[in-house]
Design a protein around this ligand. Sequence first.
Ligand code: GLC
Length: 427
Amino acid sequence: MTFSFRPTAVKAALLALSTPLFMAGANAATITISCGSVGQDFEFCKKHTEEWAKKTGHTVKLFTLPQSTTDLLGLYRQMFAAKSGDVDIINVDVVWPGMIKDHLIDLKPYSNGAEKKHFPSIVANNTADGKLIAMPWFTDAGLLYYRKDLLEKHGEKAPTTWEDLAATAKKIQDAERKAGNADMQGFVFQAKAYEGLTCDAVEWLWSYNGGNIVDDSGKITVNNPNAAKALTTAASWIGTIAPTGVLNYGEEDARGVFQNGNAVFMRNWPYAWSLGNGKDSKIAGKIGVAALPKGGADGKNAATLGGWQLAVSKYSKEQKLAAELVMYMTSPEIQKKRAIEGSYNPTIPELYKDKEVLAATPFFGTLYDVFTNAVPRPSTPTGLKYNEVSAAFWNATHDVLSGKEKADASLKKLEGKLNQIRRGKQW
Ligand code: GLC
C-alpha cells in the first residue's frame, strides 16, 4: 500500500480542516491489516483500527480473509513468494512462526519492551533467531461448552470423561428429539480436514495419554495404542451423538448449531462465549463452560493451545507505521476491551486479575490453568515442516472418523508418511 503524494488532495483536505489529516499531515499513509474473519474478528478489528486512524490521521484498510487458518496460510505463502506488500500487518497463527519467520520484520525496535508484559512462553514462541517477529494478540485453548439448562432438566452434570460425555449427550439428544426437537445433536466439534481437526484430535490423543504426534525431541510417536483408542472413540461419536455433517465442520459451523439451540455439547475456542451470550443468540444465559473431558479414568484433561499474533510483513512499504499499529492493537487497553466485549483471551497475565474482565468472562478466572497448561501442537520440533505434518495427521484422523480406515491401520500409515516428510533424523 503506497501513499502517493498529491499536493492538491492534501490542500483540499487541509482546507476542510480534517483533524486526523492535520495530525499526520502530508505523511498520512494507508496501512492494510488482516485480523481474521471468524466470529467477531472483523468487527472488532474495524472498530479498534478506526480508533487508531482517528488518533493518528492515517488510514487503515481491512484485508478480507478466508476463515480457515489452513487456507489463510496458503494465501500468505503465495503473497510472500511474490514479495507482495499488499498487506502490511499479518495475523499469525501460534503454529506459524517457524514457517513464516523469514517474511516478518523484527518488532523489538518498536516495542519499547512491551512484550515483557505478555506470557513469556508466547513471546518465546514468537521469537526467532533473536528477533521478535510477532506480538502476542490473543491466546486460545479448546473448551467444552454445554447447555446448563438441558443438563439440569435431565438431571446430569458436566462430564469429566469422554465416556461420560458420550452417554450424557446420547441421553439428552434422544430425549429432546422425542420431545419434539428433531434437530437436537449431542455433540458438535471441528472435524473438517483442516488445521482445526488437528487441534481437536491433539486433545483426544493427549487426553488418552496418546502423546502429541511428534514429541519435543522430534521423535514420531503417533503410532501407539492409546492414540488409536482416542481416534476410535471419536469415530464412535459420528452418526450417534454428532451429525455426519460434522466431518465438514469448522469452528463457525459448530457454533451455528450450538447457538441455534441444537446441540447439548460443543468443543470450541473462547470466542464462542461472547457470541453465545449475545443478543441474537437463542441460548444466551444458558451456557456452561468446562475443561474438555479426560480420556477415561486414567486420562488427562487436555486443551490444545491456539492463538493469534500480529506481525509486520517484510515487504510492507510502511513498516514503522505498521509496527506502531501492531503495538496499539496488542496493547493492554485493546486486549482488555477485546476480553470484555469479545471473550478473546488476553496474552497479558495481569488482565486475568482484572475485575471487569472476570465479570464479563468468568471462566478466564476459573479455567486459568486450562489456558496456562494448554498443549502446544508440535510446531516447534517440526519447524518448517509443521503444516505438512499437521495435514498428514488431520487426513489420517479424517479417514478414521469417516470410517474409511481403522485407527491402528491409519496411524501406521501416518507414521510412514511422517518418516517420509522428515527424511532422516532432522525435520
Ligand atoms: C483457532 C486457533 C488457532 C488454530 C485454529 C484452527 O483460530 O486460535 O491457533 O490453528 O483455531 O482452526
